[in-house]
Write a new protein. Structure first.
Length: 329
Protein backbone atom coordinates (compact mmCIF):
# COMPACT_ATOMS: atom_id res chain seq x y z
CA UNK A 1 0.00 0.00 0.00
CA UNK A 2 1.33 3.43 -0.78
CA UNK A 3 0.17 6.99 -1.22
CA UNK A 4 0.65 9.46 -4.08
CA UNK A 5 -0.12 13.14 -4.09
CA UNK A 6 -2.27 14.58 -6.86
CA UNK A 7 -1.10 18.03 -8.05
CA UNK A 8 -4.60 18.79 -9.30
CA UNK A 9 -6.19 18.07 -5.92
CA UNK A 10 -3.73 18.92 -3.15
CA UNK A 11 -6.29 18.32 -0.38
CA UNK A 12 -6.57 14.66 -1.33
CA UNK A 13 -4.27 11.72 -0.84
CA UNK A 14 -4.32 8.60 -2.99
CA UNK A 15 -3.97 5.32 -1.09
CA UNK A 16 -3.30 2.21 -3.14
CA UNK A 17 -3.43 -1.44 -2.10
CA UNK A 18 -3.92 -4.95 -3.43
CA UNK A 19 -7.02 -7.01 -2.62
CA UNK A 20 -5.90 -10.05 -0.56
CA UNK A 21 -6.37 -13.38 -2.31
CA UNK A 22 -8.40 -14.68 0.62
CA UNK A 23 -11.00 -11.96 -0.06
CA UNK A 24 -11.98 -13.65 -3.34
CA UNK A 25 -15.75 -13.80 -3.76
CA UNK A 26 -16.53 -11.01 -1.31
CA UNK A 27 -18.37 -7.83 -2.22
CA UNK A 28 -16.12 -4.90 -3.02
CA UNK A 29 -17.45 -2.84 -0.10
CA UNK A 30 -16.96 -5.76 2.30
CA UNK A 31 -13.41 -6.36 1.08
CA UNK A 32 -12.58 -2.66 1.46
CA UNK A 33 -13.96 -2.66 5.02
CA UNK A 34 -11.51 -5.41 5.94
CA UNK A 35 -8.61 -3.77 4.11
CA UNK A 36 -9.25 -0.32 5.62
CA UNK A 37 -10.77 -0.87 9.09
CA UNK A 38 -10.00 2.74 10.06
CA UNK A 39 -12.91 3.85 7.83
CA UNK A 40 -16.54 2.88 8.35
CA UNK A 41 -18.16 0.61 5.76
CA UNK A 42 -20.79 3.24 5.05
CA UNK A 43 -18.10 5.81 4.25
CA UNK A 44 -16.27 3.36 1.99
CA UNK A 45 -19.53 2.60 0.20
CA UNK A 46 -20.07 6.32 -0.38
CA UNK A 47 -16.57 6.58 -1.84
CA UNK A 48 -17.24 3.64 -4.15
CA UNK A 49 -20.46 5.24 -5.42
CA UNK A 50 -18.70 8.60 -5.87
CA UNK A 51 -15.89 7.05 -7.88
CA UNK A 52 -13.31 7.74 -5.16
CA UNK A 53 -12.67 4.01 -4.64
CA UNK A 54 -11.56 2.21 -7.78
CA UNK A 55 -11.19 -1.52 -8.40
CA UNK A 56 -8.54 -2.37 -11.01
CA UNK A 57 -8.75 1.25 -12.13
CA UNK A 58 -12.48 1.08 -12.79
CA UNK A 59 -15.56 2.56 -11.12
CA UNK A 60 -17.70 -0.37 -9.98
CA UNK A 61 -20.73 -0.92 -7.77
CA UNK A 62 -20.32 -1.80 -4.07
CA UNK A 63 -21.85 -5.26 -4.63
CA UNK A 64 -19.37 -6.34 -7.32
CA UNK A 65 -17.40 -9.41 -6.26
CA UNK A 66 -13.62 -9.21 -6.06
CA UNK A 67 -11.31 -11.95 -7.33
CA UNK A 68 -8.32 -11.15 -5.17
CA UNK A 69 -5.12 -9.61 -6.46
CA UNK A 70 -6.76 -6.55 -8.03
CA UNK A 71 -5.37 -3.08 -7.44
CA UNK A 72 -7.48 -0.75 -5.29
CA UNK A 73 -7.18 3.01 -5.27
CA UNK A 74 -8.77 5.28 -2.66
CA UNK A 75 -8.92 9.04 -3.07
CA UNK A 76 -9.03 10.29 0.53
CA UNK A 77 -9.86 13.89 1.27
CA UNK A 78 -7.50 15.20 3.94
CA UNK A 79 -9.77 16.73 6.53
CA UNK A 80 -10.35 16.84 10.22
CA UNK A 81 -11.53 13.28 10.84
CA UNK A 82 -11.43 13.17 14.63
CA UNK A 83 -14.00 14.68 16.92
CA UNK A 84 -12.88 15.26 20.48
CA UNK A 85 -11.36 17.91 22.68
CA UNK A 86 -7.69 17.99 23.54
CA UNK A 87 -7.18 17.13 27.19
CA UNK A 88 -3.95 17.09 29.17
CA UNK A 89 -3.15 13.53 30.19
CA UNK A 90 -0.13 11.71 31.57
CA UNK A 91 0.57 9.33 28.70
CA UNK A 92 3.14 6.56 29.17
CA UNK A 93 5.06 6.94 25.91
CA UNK A 94 7.22 3.89 25.16
CA UNK A 95 8.44 4.95 21.70
CA UNK A 96 7.98 7.98 19.48
CA UNK A 97 9.27 9.60 16.31
CA UNK A 98 7.78 11.84 13.63
CA UNK A 99 5.58 9.09 12.19
CA UNK A 100 4.61 6.66 14.96
CA UNK A 101 3.91 6.63 18.65
CA UNK A 102 3.68 3.64 21.00
CA UNK A 103 1.99 4.11 24.36
CA UNK A 104 1.38 1.85 27.35
CA UNK A 105 -2.33 2.23 28.07
CA UNK A 106 -3.41 1.78 31.68
CA UNK A 107 -6.43 -0.32 32.57
CA UNK A 108 -9.55 1.79 32.93
CA UNK A 109 -8.74 4.21 30.10
CA UNK A 110 -11.34 4.27 27.30
CA UNK A 111 -9.78 4.57 23.85
CA UNK A 112 -12.41 6.47 21.83
CA UNK A 113 -14.90 9.15 22.94
CA UNK A 114 -18.50 8.03 22.79
CA UNK A 115 -21.86 8.20 24.48
CA UNK A 116 -21.12 8.58 28.16
CA UNK A 117 -17.40 9.11 27.56
CA UNK A 118 -16.96 12.45 25.75
CA UNK A 119 -13.81 13.26 27.73
CA UNK A 120 -11.07 11.46 29.58
CA UNK A 121 -10.35 9.06 26.70
CA UNK A 122 -7.08 8.19 25.03
CA UNK A 123 -8.12 10.21 21.97
CA UNK A 124 -8.50 13.32 24.14
CA UNK A 125 -5.02 12.78 25.55
CA UNK A 126 -3.50 12.16 22.14
CA UNK A 127 -4.99 15.36 20.71
CA UNK A 128 -3.30 17.31 23.51
CA UNK A 129 -0.01 15.46 23.05
CA UNK A 130 -0.01 16.10 19.28
CA UNK A 131 -2.74 18.42 17.91
CA UNK A 132 -1.89 17.35 14.33
CA UNK A 133 -3.42 13.95 15.09
CA UNK A 134 -6.81 15.61 14.60
CA UNK A 135 -6.09 15.45 10.85
CA UNK A 136 -5.92 11.64 10.91
CA UNK A 137 -8.77 9.12 11.13
CA UNK A 138 -9.44 8.34 14.79
CA UNK A 139 -6.48 10.49 15.88
CA UNK A 140 -4.09 7.98 14.33
CA UNK A 141 -5.40 4.98 16.26
CA UNK A 142 -5.18 1.87 14.05
CA UNK A 143 -6.14 -0.78 16.61
CA UNK A 144 -7.59 -0.71 20.06
CA UNK A 145 -7.57 -2.24 23.50
CA UNK A 146 -10.65 -2.75 25.66
CA UNK A 147 -11.14 -0.22 28.44
CA UNK A 148 -9.92 -2.59 31.15
CA UNK A 149 -7.10 -4.20 29.16
CA UNK A 150 -3.71 -2.63 29.78
CA UNK A 151 -0.68 -2.48 27.53
CA UNK A 152 0.84 -1.39 24.24
CA UNK A 153 -0.84 0.43 21.38
CA UNK A 154 0.75 1.90 18.26
CA UNK A 155 -0.57 5.21 16.91
CA UNK A 156 0.18 6.73 13.50
CA UNK A 157 1.30 10.36 13.37
CA UNK A 158 1.18 10.78 9.57
CA UNK A 159 -1.08 9.58 6.76
CA UNK A 160 1.66 7.45 5.21
CA UNK A 161 2.36 5.82 8.56
CA UNK A 162 -1.37 5.31 9.09
CA UNK A 163 -1.80 3.53 5.76
CA UNK A 164 1.31 1.42 6.31
CA UNK A 165 0.30 0.28 9.78
CA UNK A 166 -3.24 -0.54 8.64
CA UNK A 167 -1.77 -2.62 5.82
CA UNK A 168 0.45 -4.55 8.25
CA UNK A 169 -2.49 -5.21 10.56
CA UNK A 170 -4.62 -6.36 7.65
CA UNK A 171 -1.81 -8.65 6.46
CA UNK A 172 -1.36 -9.97 10.03
CA UNK A 173 2.22 -8.78 10.12
CA UNK A 174 2.05 -6.95 13.45
CA UNK A 175 3.22 -9.12 16.37
CA UNK A 176 0.91 -8.61 19.35
CA UNK A 177 1.63 -10.60 22.48
CA UNK A 178 -0.51 -10.57 25.61
CA UNK A 179 -0.39 -12.01 29.11
CA UNK A 180 -3.58 -13.34 30.67
CA UNK A 181 -4.35 -15.00 33.98
CA UNK A 182 -7.03 -17.60 33.38
CA UNK A 183 -9.11 -19.89 35.57
CA UNK A 184 -8.12 -23.54 35.70
CA UNK A 185 -4.77 -25.28 35.33
CA UNK A 186 -3.89 -25.75 31.67
CA UNK A 187 -1.90 -28.79 30.60
CA UNK A 188 -0.36 -27.40 27.40
CA UNK A 189 -0.50 -24.52 24.97
CA UNK A 190 -2.33 -24.57 21.68
CA UNK A 191 -4.33 -22.58 19.14
CA UNK A 192 -7.95 -21.48 19.17
CA UNK A 193 -9.25 -21.16 15.62
CA UNK A 194 -12.90 -20.20 16.04
CA UNK A 195 -14.86 -17.44 14.22
CA UNK A 196 -16.27 -14.59 16.28
CA UNK A 197 -19.31 -12.37 15.76
CA UNK A 198 -21.76 -10.24 17.75
CA UNK A 199 -24.02 -12.12 20.13
CA UNK A 200 -27.44 -12.39 18.43
CA UNK A 201 -29.31 -11.02 21.47
CA UNK A 202 -26.75 -9.08 23.52
CA UNK A 203 -25.06 -6.73 21.04
CA UNK A 204 -22.41 -5.68 23.57
CA UNK A 205 -21.06 -9.21 23.82
CA UNK A 206 -19.15 -11.20 21.24
CA UNK A 207 -19.23 -14.96 20.86
CA UNK A 208 -17.86 -17.91 18.91
CA UNK A 209 -20.09 -18.78 15.96
CA UNK A 210 -20.57 -21.81 13.77
CA UNK A 211 -18.09 -22.49 10.98
CA UNK A 212 -18.86 -20.33 7.97
CA UNK A 213 -20.39 -17.60 10.12
CA UNK A 214 -18.78 -14.57 11.75
CA UNK A 215 -15.23 -13.41 11.11
CA UNK A 216 -12.25 -15.73 11.32
CA UNK A 217 -10.33 -15.42 14.57
CA UNK A 218 -7.12 -17.18 15.57
CA UNK A 219 -5.36 -17.01 18.94
CA UNK A 220 -2.15 -18.90 19.74
CA UNK A 221 -1.35 -19.46 23.39
CA UNK A 222 1.34 -21.09 25.49
CA UNK A 223 1.83 -21.59 29.20
CA UNK A 224 3.99 -19.09 31.07
CA UNK A 225 3.35 -20.23 34.66
CA UNK A 226 1.02 -22.72 36.32
CA UNK A 227 -0.63 -22.34 39.71
CA UNK A 228 -2.82 -24.58 41.81
CA UNK A 229 -6.05 -23.58 40.08
CA UNK A 230 -5.00 -20.92 37.59
CA UNK A 231 -2.58 -20.40 34.70
CA UNK A 232 -0.61 -17.46 33.37
CA UNK A 233 -0.75 -17.75 29.57
CA UNK A 234 0.98 -15.90 26.78
CA UNK A 235 -1.38 -15.18 23.91
CA UNK A 236 -0.42 -14.13 20.39
CA UNK A 237 -3.05 -12.69 18.10
CA UNK A 238 -3.08 -13.76 14.47
CA UNK A 239 -6.29 -11.77 13.94
CA UNK A 240 -7.65 -8.84 15.91
CA UNK A 241 -11.35 -9.25 16.58
CA UNK A 242 -13.26 -7.44 19.31
CA UNK A 243 -12.78 -9.19 22.68
CA UNK A 244 -10.92 -11.98 20.85
CA UNK A 245 -8.69 -13.32 23.64
CA UNK A 246 -11.47 -12.98 26.21
CA UNK A 247 -13.95 -14.87 24.01
CA UNK A 248 -11.47 -17.56 22.97
CA UNK A 249 -10.26 -18.28 26.50
CA UNK A 250 -13.87 -18.58 27.66
CA UNK A 251 -14.58 -20.85 24.68
CA UNK A 252 -11.94 -23.34 25.85
CA UNK A 253 -13.27 -23.21 29.44
CA UNK A 254 -10.45 -21.04 30.81
CA UNK A 255 -12.05 -17.62 31.24
CA UNK A 256 -9.79 -14.72 32.16
CA UNK A 257 -9.76 -13.86 35.86
CA UNK A 258 -11.84 -10.78 36.67
CA UNK A 259 -13.55 -10.63 33.27
CA UNK A 260 -16.91 -8.97 34.07
CA UNK A 261 -18.51 -9.97 30.77
CA UNK A 262 -17.29 -13.48 29.95
CA UNK A 263 -15.96 -14.87 33.20
CA UNK A 264 -17.48 -16.21 36.40
CA UNK A 265 -15.95 -15.80 39.84
CA UNK A 266 -14.48 -19.16 40.82
CA UNK A 267 -13.13 -19.63 44.32
CA UNK A 268 -10.85 -22.68 44.41
CA UNK A 269 -11.48 -25.14 47.18
CA UNK A 270 -9.02 -24.55 50.00
CA UNK A 271 -7.88 -21.19 48.67
CA UNK A 272 -5.99 -18.94 51.08
CA UNK A 273 -7.84 -15.97 52.54
CA UNK A 274 -5.59 -13.62 50.56
CA UNK A 275 -6.51 -15.35 47.30
CA UNK A 276 -10.23 -15.27 48.10
CA UNK A 277 -10.00 -11.54 48.82
CA UNK A 278 -7.93 -10.94 45.70
CA UNK A 279 -10.36 -12.76 43.40
CA UNK A 280 -13.30 -10.89 44.92
CA UNK A 281 -11.60 -7.52 44.48
CA UNK A 282 -10.05 -8.00 41.02
CA UNK A 283 -12.67 -6.20 38.94
CA UNK A 284 -11.12 -6.11 35.48
CA UNK A 285 -9.97 -8.79 33.05
CA UNK A 286 -6.39 -9.81 33.93
CA UNK A 287 -5.16 -9.12 30.41
CA UNK A 288 -2.09 -7.10 29.42
CA UNK A 289 -0.59 -6.36 25.98
CA UNK A 290 3.06 -6.85 26.89
CA UNK A 291 4.83 -6.88 23.52
CA UNK A 292 4.26 -5.13 20.19
CA UNK A 293 6.47 -5.51 17.11
CA UNK A 294 6.00 -4.00 13.67
CA UNK A 295 7.96 -2.76 10.67
CA UNK A 296 8.26 1.01 10.77
CA UNK A 297 5.96 2.15 7.93
CA UNK A 298 8.40 4.84 6.80
CA UNK A 299 11.94 3.67 7.62
CA UNK A 300 11.35 -0.07 7.18
CA UNK A 301 13.17 -0.80 10.45
CA UNK A 302 11.64 -3.36 12.82
CA UNK A 303 10.36 -1.76 16.02
CA UNK A 304 9.87 -3.94 19.11
CA UNK A 305 8.41 -2.55 22.31
CA UNK A 306 7.58 -4.11 25.67
CA UNK A 307 5.60 -2.97 28.69
CA UNK A 308 5.94 -4.51 32.15
CA UNK A 309 2.94 -6.14 33.76
CA UNK A 310 0.94 -3.57 35.77
CA UNK A 311 0.97 -3.65 39.55
CA UNK A 312 -2.50 -5.14 39.98
CA UNK A 313 -1.62 -8.19 37.88
CA UNK A 314 1.74 -8.55 39.63
CA UNK A 315 -0.09 -8.60 42.96
CA UNK A 316 -2.51 -11.21 41.60
CA UNK A 317 0.40 -13.44 40.57
CA UNK A 318 2.08 -13.00 43.95
CA UNK A 319 -1.04 -14.18 45.77
CA UNK A 320 -1.47 -17.09 43.34
CA UNK A 321 2.12 -18.20 43.99
CA UNK A 322 1.59 -18.02 47.73
CA UNK A 323 -1.61 -20.06 47.47
CA UNK A 324 0.17 -22.69 45.35
CA UNK A 325 3.06 -22.89 47.82
CA UNK A 326 0.67 -23.19 50.74
CA UNK A 327 -1.13 -26.11 49.07
CA UNK A 328 2.17 -28.02 48.81
CA UNK A 329 2.84 -27.85 52.57
Amino acid sequence: MHQTDSPEDSDREIVEAIVPLEAAGKRFDAALAEMFPEFSRSRLTEWIKAGDALLAGEIVKPKVSVRGGEAVSLSIRVEIETRGEAEQMDLDVVYQDADVLVINKPAGLVVHPGAGNPRGTLVNGLLYFDPKLAELPRAGIVHRLDKDTSGLMVIARSLRAHAGLVEQLSAREVHRQYLAVVAGTMVAGGTVDAPIDRHPKDRVRMGVTKEGQGRDAITHYRLREKFRNHTLVECRLETGRTHQIRVHMTHIKHAIVGDPMYGLLRLPKGATEDLVNMLHSFRRQALHAEKLSFIHPVTGVEITTEAPMPEDMQNLLRVLREDTAQAKL
